[in-house]
Every structure is written in C-alpha cells, then in structure tokens.
Design a protein around this ligand. Structure first.
Ligand SMILES: Cc1cc2nc3c(=O)[nH]c(=O)nc-3n(C[C@H](O)[C@H](O)[C@H](O)COP(=O)(O)OP(=O)(O)OC[C@H]3O[C@@H](n4cnc5c(N)ncnc54)[C@H](O)[C@@H]3O)c2cc1C
Length: 498
C-alpha cells in the first residue's frame, strides 16, 4: 500500500527517538505518523546498553513490561582494562538509584528494544508505516510534504510539522540544510555478537589501548553465553592517521580472548558491522521552519561514551512540547520551533558541554600516552576511593555529571600527585638515583613529548586544536553555574506536561 495522507506531525524514523516522539505526541492526542524504512524487528548496530536514565524513561512510557525488564540481568558492575592490566573492577559507583532511576543498566538487543518502543507508540495512538522510506521533504505554503516510497510505490504525506528522527543519515536534516559532517564530532565503530562467553553477566567490560586512541572497546554480556563486543574511535583521527577501524576492531577482538578470561573461547556469531554517531559537541541548530531534529539526526550523543539511546529519547520528550505548542498556536515558522533549542540546551548543556570539553582535549592522538596514564590512574584511585568513583566516574558514564565537584576532585588529586611526585623527586635526587621515571615526573614527560610531537607533526592542526579547547572552555559557564544537573531528574520534570 502506498503511504499517503494528512497528519498533524510526520516522524521520519522509528528508532528509540522516533518512537519516544510518537509516544509523547500521541499521548497528547496529536495525530502522528511514523515512517520507518525497515520492517521491525530489525538489526541496528549498537552496544545495546541502556543506562539507568533510559530505563526510567522506558518505565514512564509504559514499555517496561513488554520488554520484560524485570527478568533481564541487571548490569551494575564494570571492569576496565588498560592493555592487559585491570585498572578497575567494581560496582558502577555512580548508579545510586537516585531520582527514580534503577541502580543498574540493561543490555537490550536493539531488535527487541526498538520493536517494543514502536509498538508502545502504536498503543498510545500513533500510526506506524514500516518498510517505507522518506525520500524527500519540502515545504509549500506553510505545509510539509513528505514523499514516501515502499514496495507499492511513491506516496505523499502532508503535515504542518515533520520530525527528523532518522539517524545519522537523516533525510530531514538534509532537507533543512542541517546534516553534519564535522569529523571532530563523529564517532565511528564496529561491533559483533560473540558466543562462547563465560563472564559475570552483571559486569560490563571496557578497554583502552594506546594504538586505538582516542577511543575504547567494550564487551557487554547478553546472557546465554553471548556478548555484544565492539570498539569505536573518532572519525577525525582515523582519517588523519590513516587508521583502519576494521583492522583495529579485529585486533581488539583477538586481544580480548587473551585479556578477559571469560572470552578465551569467544567466537563471532554475527558479521561485524560498522556504524557512526554524531556527538553533542558538534550540536548546532536543530529546528527549522516546519520541524525539528531529534536523536542521532540532531547530534545528541554523549561525547565521552557515545551513548545515544537515552539522549535520543530525552531529546524527543523535550521536543514534543515545542511541537505541541506550535500546533496549539497554529504557527509553524522557524521562530516557533526555536524553543526546542532553548529547552534542550537548558537540559543537556550543563553536562554535555563539560564532557565535550574533555573529549576535545583528548582528541589529540599525540597526547594518547599522557591521557591514558592519567585516566588509568583515575580508575585505580576509584577502585579504593568510592567517593572519587561516585563523583569523577560520571565523567566516563554520563549520568549525574557534576562539573564543579569533578573539577574539585581532580584538582585535589593533581595537587596530591605533584606533592608526592615532588617528594619522590627530592628523595631520589638526594639518594643520588637521578630523576624518577614514573609517577609525576613520568606524566610530565609524557605531556612534554605529546606537545612536542603534536607541534612538530602538524603545527596548523595543533593550533586549531588549541583554539577548539579555548572555545570549549568558553562554553563551560552553564556547567559551573550551579550544582544541579537538570538531566538527573529526567526530561519529564522539565515542564513537558506529560
Ligand atoms: C557501534 C555503536 C554502538 C553503540 N552503542 C550504544 C550503547 O551501548 N548505548 C547507547 O545508548 N547508545 C549506543 N550507540 C548510539 C545509539 O545507537 C544511537 O544513539 C541511537 O540508536 C539513536 O537513536 P535514534 O532513534 O535517534 O536513531 P536510530 O536508532 O538510528 O534510528 C533511526 C531510524 O530511522 C530509520 N530511517 C533512516 N532513514 C530513514 C528514511 N529515510 N526513512 C524512514 N526511516 C528511516 C532507520 O531505519 C532507523 O530505524 C551506539 C552506536 C553505535 C554505532
């Protein structure tokens, strides 16, 4: 059947962002259609990890039961490898169960998750057309015309509002001239399903390797001896240093067998697949005359972890309010959708711009040894200092990120490092052993070497990177303006009226 008709809102894409948007609109009695090019259940390249904030939204939308969340294994522990060395193996210290969030995450394969969320939107009253692509979007006389294509041929939907929830290759973003291609903010990754796994099913595992910097790998237990494993890097780095992500990925999976005893007999049970994410650091305008962009189409992914399922749903729940207001006013000009930018920034900037500042600093591959040494020491400290793990650990996990508290902990750590390092220098010099090579002096040497190599190899890029850091710092005002991270209470507490 060709897909044609008239709605209040047409959502392009039925992933977590599109489904949450459709649910939020339909729950308000708005006539909404979702156009999804795949037939669900479909595969989506992902780590399948849903953090506590995402689970809270799923509960609130009423989809927890359909997903059988109660019977899924809770992930509340993590193991972090630096090369072959375990730097951290403990609980996720910042999963405190606050503000209605469960104290754990879940691995939910995307064919289950996305299918259940879309069915949930249908139950709320949304009309979903699967196996149908949006091929073109245009605006005529104040209305959006959305061309659709499926096996039966071309159709046309007409609505005052269109939402781009169609992922990184968004057709809607393309129409609006807002498709992003800045490789400084694009993560690329490969993932595969493994079988023959014998790991603690409540423990996620991540790893960092110097040849895969900046980036990280993961293996997430999926039950029944299966796991989701993958690795991601920054697109800018793989381009600039001519790195093959596929090769890094193959090496990572081989190393995993030696590195993690539970993966010694792992074999691939699916074809490795690649994917990309657009991270929040590159976010710009996400609204236009006649609509908005949410989820990956809008660049809402966490700049440190590259998680985007929760952020996509959050952006939709926030954006639905702007759309409801525009429909109520009956006005659909660009200015009517500008509220979305105000609202999503009020919600996300606090944590995301801070994480983006770290991601910007860590972008420079020449400083890989330095940052790996620093973060490894951070994990090691977190292993026995639970308050440090609870506060500073969020810089890696993206939940209740508290920039001022993290900065205070890091600076006191650095001061201690310098003081004990200075003591060691004096002691070794006085004992005639010369300068020590590790500890503070070692880190200082790594920093100097990184700086020298970066300047020598590409001075122009080095200067541009420094300018990016200055820009990132200049945006940190909201992150330090208060100690209340708006994301902690979730999007429903932002006056969304749901
Ligand atoms: C390898 C990898 C691992 C990841 N791991 C995690 C993780 O563990 N946890 C996490 O939170 N995030 C993770 N992410 C990020 C996460 O996958 C995305 O942020 C999330 O899927 C965004 O949801 P979305 O609904 O915005 O987009 P998508 O999930 O991409 O959904 C977009 C939908 O739009 C449809 N579509 C596209 N074009 C059209 C069109 N023209 N017409 C109609 N339909 C269209 C697609 O078929 C798709 O169903 C990972 C990403 C990658 C690449």
């Amino acid at each position: 059947m060709k897909v044609s008709g008239t709605f209040d809102v047409v959502v392009s894409g039925g992933g977590p962002s599109g489904a949450a948007m459709a649910w939020a609109l339909a729950s308000r009695g708005i006539a909404v259609a979702v156009i999804e090019r795949a037939e669900f259940p479909r595969e989506k390249v992902c780590g399948d990890f849903v953090e506590p904030a995402g689970l809270r939204i799923i509960h609130r939308m009423g989809a927890a039961e359909a997903l059988g969340l109660e019977s899924r294994t809770a992930i509340d522990k993590v193991r972090a490898y630096y090369g072959p060395h375990i730097a951290y193996q403990n609980d996720v210290a910042y999963y405190g169960g606050e503000a209605g969030m469960p104290p754990h995450g879940h691995i939910i394969p995307r064919h289950d998750l996305d299918t259940a969320l879309l069915e949930n939107a249908v139950r709320a009253g949304a009309k979903v057309f699967q196996g149908t692509r949006v091929t073109e979007v245009r605006r005529e006389k104040g209305l959006m015309h959305i061309t659709t294509k499926n096996a039966s041929g071309e159709g046309e939907l007409v609505a005052p509002v269109v939402v781009g929830a169609d992922g990184v290759q968004s057709v809607v973003a393309q129409h609006a001239g807002l498709r992003r291609d800045d490789k400084r903010h694009i993560g690329i990754s490969q993932r595969v399903y493994l079988e023959g796994i014998e790991m603690d099913e409540s423990e996620a595992c991540i790893w960092f390797d110097e040849d895969h910097y900046p980036g990280y790998g993961w293996v997430f237990p999926a039950g029944n001896g299966m796991a989701n494993a993958g690795m991601g890097m920054l697109s800018e780095t793989t381009d600039k240093f001519d790195i093959s992500l596929q090769q890094c990925f193959r090496e990572s999976i081989e190393r995993l067998k030696y590195r993690h005893p539970g993966c010694a007999n792992a074999t691939m049970s699916s074809k490795p697949l690649g994917g990309a994410v657009h991270m929040y650091g590159g976010i710009t305008r996400n609204h236009f005359a006649g609509g908005i962009l949410v989820g990956d189409a809008g660049g809402f992914v966490d700049p440190m972890t590259a998680e985007g399922i929760t952020q996509g749903m959050e952006s939709s729940i926030i954006g639905a309010r702007t759309i409801a207001d525009a429909l109520e006013k009956g006005s659909f000009e660009e200015a009517d959708f500008a509220r979305f930018e105000h609202d999503f920034r009020a919600y996300f900037d606090y944590a995301m711009l801070y994480l983006s500042f770290y991601a910007t600093m860590m972008r420079n591959r020449h400083f890989g040894d330095f940052f790996l040494s620093m973060t490894r020491q951070g994990f090691e400290r977190a292993q026995h200092d639970r308050e440090f793990a609870r506060v500073s650990g969020t810089g890696f996990g993206g939940l209740n990120v508290q920039p001022a508290a993290i900065a205070a902990q890091l600076w006191s750590g650095i001061a201690r490092h310098i003081a004990t390092g200075g003591g060691a220098v004096l002691r070794d010099l006085m004992a005639g052993r010369g300068l020590p090579r590790d500890g503070f002096v070692g880190d200082w040497n790594l920093w100097q070497r990184g700086w020298r190599d970066s300047v020598r190899s590409d001075p122009a890029w080095h200067m541009a990177w420094l300018a990016d850091i200055v820009r990132a710092v200049s945006k940190l005002g909201p992150s330090f303006a208060s100690d209340q991270n708006p994301r902690v209470n979730g999007p429903f507490e932002q006056g969304t009226g749901l």
